[in-house]
Structures are given as structure tokens and as C-alpha cells.
Design a protein around this ligand. Structure first.
Ligand code: 13P
Length: 255
């Protein structure tokens, strides 16, 4: 086991927050605070904020991502955005399969897989989210579910493409609730994800894949979570909307 084989990645997921002007202001505030970080720093922002975010982040170590992508290249899909539209702007990352999309927008394991394939084909780095609900955890299905979601998301993803995949373990019960998984629960969930990758691609490959934890990660609890063997970074919601808090998490991941 060697954590050094994996890139630490701290990504903010702004969800439906910030206008373009607010996005630029927040990034300008963050830039000096995260400069020189020894981990990858990503901000995934609403579609309409992307141009302003890219402009504000120019010349810094902050990379910009989107929060979703459609799985078709083009066509009659009113309201949707293709992977090529994102790469044409200079977007490098995209969040796929967030639990809020699964819960409110009919996202399924199949569409998560299709979006992942489209994103990877276009050269985007995919941050694919998996995670169990409280009910599923209490029924004892956490390992089975995380492995299933991980394998479904990665169906037909090649070993080469896997280099551009990050999996974010986000227990649904910990998202936006202030209830964080314990360090051990986060490590265990991330290990189930890694085990699933190992079952498909082999243990050596699985050791190289970045697996993030997400769910009420904040300036106070980040260090303990990020110290864990299988926690290679974080996907941060609320705390990524505050420059000071986000920069503390980035520092905790810099090693
Ligand atoms: P919070 O950090 O607000 O709990 O959100 C986590 C999340 O959903 C990141 O994608």
C-alpha cells in the first residue's frame, strides 16, 4: 500500500451557488491562499460561471471543472451541455453522478456510466460520485452498493482512461448535513471503492487511482480524514464557498 502513488486532489463543488461576478471574486480571494499547494486544486462550478472562473483562475494553480455533462456529443437535448462544449472552453474536470443528481434528476448508474465515457473520450477528468444512503448503510449494504456503483460507473472504461478517473465516496447521509463520516468510516468506504477497482483492473492499477471523500468535510475535520490510508483528497461542498476554509483543507492535503 503506497499512498504516494496517488495524486491528492481537493475539489470544490459549488453546486447551485454564485453568480459569475461572485465566482470571480471568490477565486481571486482563494488564489493567494492556495498558491504553492502540494496537491491538485479544482473548483467545479455552475455552467454559467465557467468563463468567469477560467478567467479568474488564469495563471494560478486552480483548475476549473463543471458539475455535470451530457452523454451525447450533440443534438436535440434541450438544456444540456456536451463534453466538447466544456473542453472548448478550457474546462479540465467534471463531476458525474453526484447524489443530488441521482436523487432529484433521475440519474442512474447507467447514465453515470454514459456520462463518464463521454467525458473521458473528450479528455476531461471525471470525478465520479458514489455513496450509500443512511437506510442502505443501516441495512448493511454499504460495501455491496459502493462496489456495484463503482463497477457500473466504470463499465467499458479502459485502463488508460482510468488514469483520468477520480472516484469520490460521498455517503449521502453526510452531504450538507454537518454529520461527517468518522475517519474510519471514510477510509473503509474508500477502501471498498478501491477494492472494486482492483477486482476489475487489478490491485496494482487500483493503487494508483485517486479516491476522494466528500460529505461535510471542513477546515476542522479535513486533516484527520486526509491522513487515512485510502483518502486521497476531498470533494468539498459548503466549505468550498469560503476561501479561508477551503485553503485550510488544501493545506491539509498538501504532503
Ligand atoms: P458538503 O461538503 O456541503 O457536505 O457537500 C459535499 C458534497 O456533496 C460535495 O460534492
Amino acid at each position: 500500500m503506497n499512498k504516494a502513488l496517488r495524486k491528492a486532489v481537493i475539489a470544490g463543488n459549488w453546486k447551485m451557488n454564485k453568480t459569475p461576478a461572485e465566482a470571480a471574486a471568490l477565486i481571486n480571494e482563494m488564489k493567494p491562499l492556495v498558491a504553492g499547494a502540494d496537491c491538485d486544486v479544482v473548483l467545479c462550478v455552475p455552467y454559467v460561471d465557467i468563463p468567469a472562473a477560467l478567467e479568474a483562475a488564469k495563471g494560478s494553480n486552480i483548475k476549473i471543472g463543471a458539475e455535470n455533462v451530457h452523454f451525447k456529443a450533440s443534438g436535440a437535448y434541450t438544456g444540456e451541455i456536451s463534453a466538447e462544449m466544456l473542453t472548448a472552453l478550457g474546462v479540465e474536470y467534471v463531476v458525474i453522478g453526484h447524489s443530488e443528481r441521482r436523487q432529484y434528476f433521475g440519474e442512474t448508474d447507467q447514465t453515470v456510466n454514459l456520462r463518464s465515457l463521454a467525458a473521458l473520450k473528450a479528455g476531461l477528468k471525471a470525478i465520479i460520485c458514489v455513496g450509500e444512503t443512511l437506510e442502505q448503510r443501516e441495512l448493511g449494504y454499504t460495501e455491496t452498493l459502493l462496489k456495484y456503483q463503482t463497477k457500473m460507473a466504470l463499465t467499458n472504461v479502459t485502463k488508460e482512461q482510468l488514469k483520468n478517473v477520480i472516484i469520490a465516496y460521498e455517503p449521502v447521509w453526510a452531504i450538507g448535513t454537518g454529520v461527517t463520516a468518522t475517519d474510519e468510516q471514510a477510509n473503509e468506504g474508500n477502501k471498498y471503492v478501491r477494492d472494486a477497482i482492483a477486482e476489475v483492473y487489478g490491485a496494482d492499477v487500483a493503487e494508483t487511482v485517486t479516491v476522494q471523500y466528500g460529505g461535510s468535510m471542513n477546515a476542522k475535520n479535513a486533516e484527520g480524514l486526509l491522513d487515512k490510508e485510502h483518502v486521497d483528497g476531498g470533494l468539498i461542498g459548503g466549505a468550498s464557498l469560503k476561501a479561508a476554509d477551503f485553503s485550510v483543507i488544501v493545506k491539509a492535503a498538501s504532503r
